[in-house]
Design a protein around this ligand. Structure first.
Ligand SMILES: [Zn+2]
Length: 463
C-alpha cells in the first residue's frame, strides 16, 4: 500500500515548509513539491499541519497497582492514543521482587502482543537487584529495553535504597542505558501520611498535602547526585514543581547529564482540584500530586529553556466509580494515577503554541523528537524525513473541541471520567498514519487490533 499526503505544512523539530509526502512500505520515501506520483491512497492535507507522530514515553497500561489494574489495556489505551495523534508509547514492565526482569518482560510482551493500534516499547521498572540480577540488564538491552525506572517513593513496594540505586546506575552507565527516576522522598512521605491518618485526615486532598514539593526536590537532588557519582545519565519522570525543577536546572548548569519530563496534568491542573466537594478530588490522586497553580509557569519556562526535555502523560487511569472508591475512607487506598494519553497533543498544542508559550518546532520536539532521541528511537521515529517510519499526524490547528467524556472526538480512553473535562482546545489530530497505514481517518478509528509493533530501542545516544 502506498500513500500520498498532499499540500500539508510539514513541521518537525527544525523544519517548517509545504510539501507532499509519498509513503511506501511503511516508510517515508519521497518528500517534494507537487509530486506527480500515483498512490493507492491520497490524502489532502491543505490547511493542516503534518507532524511526526506523537511519542508518549510514559504510560501504564494493564498495570497492577494497589489491588486493582489500570483501566486501559494495550488495546483500548493505544487506540485512544492514536485518536489523539500519538503513534508510539513506551510503557513500563514491572519486575516483582524475587523474580527476574526477563520474566517481567515476558509478562508484558504477553499483555501487549497482537493488541496494539500503534507501536510500543518498554522500560523496565527495577525493584530487586540482589545476587546476579544486575547481569540481566545487558540481556534486557539486547532485547531492546534500554531504559530502567527506579523509585525513591513507595517504600515496601517499588522503593529501592540509595545503594541499590547506585549499583543499577553504575551498570546502566557502563552499558549505555538510561535510568528513569520517580523522585519523591517516600520514607519521609510515609511519616507524613502516618501523622495525617493518626489525626483522622482521610480525604483525597491529604494525598497531596502529605507529598510536599520539598520532598520531590530533595529526591531529585539526591538521585542526580548519585547518578553523577555513578557516571550515568539520569532522566527524572513526571517532574511536577518549581522546587524540583530548580534542582535539575542547577545540575544541568554544572554540566551533569540530567534530563526531565513533565506532564499535561502539571501544566494545566492544580491543587484546587483536590478542594472540590465530596470525593471528586480522588480523580486527581496521582504521584507526585497536582501543585499550587504558580508552578505551571515555572514548568513552561523550563520547557522553553530546555531544562525540561519532554512531555509525557504518565497515563494510568482508574475508574472513579469502582476503582478510585477503594479509598473512599482512606486516601492511601486510592489507586494513584490519572488518564491523559489521548488529550496530550491537543492540550500542549493549545496551551503551548496557541497561547504563545512555545513555537511549533518546540511543540514537535516536546511531544515527539526529544523522546525519540532520548530513548533510542531516532531517526526512525520523531521526525519526518526520507527513510523514517511513516508515523504522521494531520493536525487541524483551527478546529475547536471541548474535551469531555461525552465528546466522541476527545475521549476513547476506557475510563469513566476525563481529567480535563470542560477544557476547550483549539487544534485536533484529524488523520493519523502509523507505519504508513491510516489508523485514524477524519477522527474515526479505521485501524485494526495488532497493527502496532514492538520496538527494540537503541542505547542512549549520549546527546
Ligand atoms: Zn508513572
Amino acid at each position: 500500500m502506498s500513500l500520498l499526503i498532499k499540500n500539508g505544512r510539514i513541521i518537525t523539530a527544525v523544519d517548517d515548509y509545504e510539501a507532499d509526502i509519498f509513503v511506501e512500505r511503511e516508510i517515508v520515501s519521497v518528500i517534494g513539491r507537487d509530486l506527480q506520483t500515483t498512490a493507492d491512497r491520497v490524502v489532502d492535507a491543505k490547511g493542516r499541519y503534518v507532524f511526526p507522530g506523537g511519542i508518549d514515553p510514559h504510560t501504564h497500561l494493564d498495570m497492577p497497582f494497589g489491588g486493582t489494574v489500570s483501566a486501559d489495556d494495550f488495546e483500548t489505551g493505544t487506540r485512544a492514543a492514536a485518536h489523539g495523534g500519538t503513534t508510539t508509547i513506551i510503557d513500563f514492565a514491572i519486575q516483582t521482587r524475587g523474580h527476574s526482569t526477563l520474566e517481567a518482560l515476558d509478562t508484558w510482551h504477553k499483555k501487549a502482543e497482537g493488541k496494539t493500534a500503534i507501536d510500543y516499547g518498554f522500560h523496565m521498572i527495577v525493584t530487586d537487584v540482589a545476587g546476579g540480577r544486575l547481569g540481566e540488564m545487558r540481556t534486557l538491552a539486547g532485547e531492546g529495553v534500554t531504559s530502567y525506572k527506579l523509585f525513591t517513593a513507595y517504600p515496601g513496594v517499588l522503593y529501592v535504597d540509595d545503594g541499590a540505586l547506585f549499583r543499577v546506575m553504575r551498570k546502566a552507565g557502563e552499558d549505555g542505558a538510561l535510568i528513569c527516576m520517580h523522585a519523591e522522598n517516600g520514607i519521609v512521605i510515609d511519616e507524613l501520611i502516618k501523622r495525617a491518618l493518626d489525626a483522622g485526615k482521610t480525604e483525597p486532598k491529604w494525598h497531596a498535602l502529605t507529598r510536599p514539593t520539598r520532598m520531590e526536590a530533595e529526591a531529585v537532588h539526591r538521585v542526580i547526585a548519585i547518578a553523577e557519582q555513578a557516571q550515568a545519565p539520569v532522566y527524572i519522570v513526571h517532574l511536577s514543581s518549581s522546587d524540583a525543577l530548580e534542582q535539575v536546572t542547577r545540575a544541568r548548569d554544572r554540566g551533569v547529564r540530567a534530563f526531565a519530563e513533565t506532564c499535561p496534568q502539571y501544566l494545566f491542573l492544580d491543587h484546587s482540584y483536590y478542594e472540590q466537594e465530596g470525593f471528586e478530588g480522588a480523580k486527581y490522586v496521582m504521584s507526585p500530586p497536582l501543585r499550587e497553580k504558580w508552578n505551571q509557569e515555572a514548568l513552561w519556562r523550563g520547557l522553553r529553556s530546555g531544562a525540561l526535555q519532554a512531555i509525557s502523560t504518565d497515563h494510568c487511569p482508574f475508574r472513579f466509580k469502582d476503582q478510585k472508591t477503594l479509598g473512599i475512607d482512606d486516601f492511601t487506598k486510592i489507586p494513584n494515577g490519572c488518564p491523559g494519553l489521548e488529550n496530550r497533543m491537543s492540550l500542549v498544542y493549545h496551551g503551548g503554541v496557541g497561547q504563545g508559550r512555545i513555537s511549533l518546532n518546540k511543540f514537535v520536539d516536546l511531544t515527539s523528537t526529544a523522546a525519540a532521541k532520548m530513548f533510542g528511537l531516532f531517526p526512525s521515529k520523531g521526525t519526518i524525513a526520507v527513510g523514517s517510519d511513516a508515523d504522521l499526524v494531520i493536525f487541524n490547528p483551527n478546529r475547536r473541541e471541548t474535551i469531555s467524556i461525552n465528546n466522541p472526538f476527545t475521549h476513547h480512553m476506557n475510563v469513566d471520567y476525563n481529567a480535563y473535562e470542560g477544557f476547550e482546545v483549539e487544534g485536533i489530530s484529524e488523520t493519523v498514519v502509523s507505519r504508513g497505514k491510516i489508523v485514524i481517518r477524519d477522527c474515526e478509528y479505521v485501524g485494526s487490533k495488532g497493527d502496532g509493533q514492538f520496538l527494540k530501542r537503541g542505547l542512549f545516544p549520549g546527546l
